[in-house]
Write a protein that binds this ligand. Structure first.
Ligand SMILES: C[S@@+](CC[C@H](N)C(=O)[O-])C[C@H]1O[C@@H](n2cnc3c(N)ncnc32)[C@H](O)[C@@H]1O
Length: 324
């Protein structure tokens, strides 16, 4: 699938990201290897079965909408819908694609609305979105005027979902690479804004993650960090014994003051907690596009303040910090 990334690799030559660009062909081959990921060839079939059509209307400023149902005939609309359904479950969104509303598990637009008041302007900026999932927020970053958005996510399903959306706006300066943060070269110091949302608690070594994020930023660049937190004093973090809200790869859930301390210790300045939000079953829920259990089933049916394992129910916070 290198052809989906060749324009990016070419355009990064001679820039601060050239060092990374030279590694990309191998990273893409490994990250999208059909030997490693048995379902990948089936997903690619859905991607390549999308009709090659023009998209006349695009909105990535107030939502992510490509085309409308009246731009094409019913057969085309239904072909698009059945290809998109081939990649179920869709977790992050929503998307509207030529009349098909992808009603995703998460209202990712709500998180976006909570954080945008605290963003430094993205116009003509180079942006990195670490753990971007299927790239929903990457489109919104582009919609705020970014000159280029690079998303990274090690899950090939999400990379293919992203490509299915990008199929309708192929020339957009936005890419999602099948790469984990640990594989990004050290000390790039190239991005104006770096986002890490929903990733910190998946990392066994959260302070190393913060250091890696800092190293991606130019001097003066902004980090937007979003993660699960728990109430508690400075220094407290919850390390769940087993699963947390049914997720089995959750390591550290710090209190907000603990996380502010970690960010400052790494050398970030202007560290601010800008939002705290308890996740509701309106924001994360089962839909026809994500048919598995969702938040409602992850909470204790007798006591909705707790997860099914007895921990505090999910609460998420957004932090802004500057790389001096
Ligand atoms: C909870 S989702 C968050 C998606 C999106 N950023 C959002 O806020 O809606 C976490 C994502 O991080 C990705 N992820 C997990 N470990 C990662 C790592 N080491 N580097 C980059 N992404 C990672 C997962 O594949 C998943 O898509």
């Amino acid at each position: 699938m290198i052809e989906h990334f060749q324009d990016l690799i070419d355009q990064l030559s001679g820039t601060k990201l050239e060092r990374w660009a030279t590694l990309m062909p191998e990273q893409i081959e490994t990250g999208l290897s059909e030997k490693r990921f048995g379902d990948l060839s089936g997903w690619k079939e859905f991607l390549y079965s999308l009709p090659k059509i023009n998209t006349e209307t695009i909105d990535i400023e107030s939502e992510v909408r490509f085309g409308s149902s009246d731009e094409h005939d019913e057969a085309t609309r239904s072909q698009i819908e059945s290809c998109l359904k081939g990649l179920i479950p869709w977790r992050k969104g929503p998307f509207n694609i030529h009349g098909t509303h992808i009603n995703t598990e998460w209202r990712s637009d709500w998180k976006w609305d909570r954080l945008t008041p605290y963003l430094k302007p993205l116009e003509n900026k180079l942006v990195l979105d670490v753990g971007c999932g299927n790239g929903y927020h990457c489109w919104r970053m582009l919609g705020m005027g970014a000159s280029r958005v690079i998303g990274i996510d090690p899950s090939p399903r999400f990379v293919i979902q992203f490509e299915m959306i990008k199929h309708f706006f192929k020339s957009a300066p936005i890419h999602v690479l099948p790469v984990a943060m640990e594989a990004v070269p050290e000390k790039l110091q190239a991005f104006d804004t770096t986002f890490s949302m929903g990733v910190l608690y998946h990392r066994r070594s959260p302070i190393d993650h913060l250091k890696e994020l800092k190293d991606t930023l130019k001097p003066g660049g902004q980090l937007i960090l979003e993660t699960l937190i728990v109430d508690g004093e400075l220094g407290y973090s919850l390390v769940p014994e087993g699963r947390y809200a049914m997720m089995n790869n959750v390591w550290f859930l710090p209190s907000p003051s603990t996380l502010i301390g970690w960010l400052k210790k790494i050398g970030f300045t202007s560290v601010e907690l800008v939002d705290i939000n308890e996740t509701t079953t309106e924001e994360q829920r089962k839909t026809p596009w994500m048919k598995f259990h969702s938040l409602e089933q992850f909470l204790d049916p007798e006591d909705q303040t707790k997860t099914i394992e007895g921990y505090p129910r999910p609460k998420r916070a957004i932090f802004s910090a500057i790389n001096p």
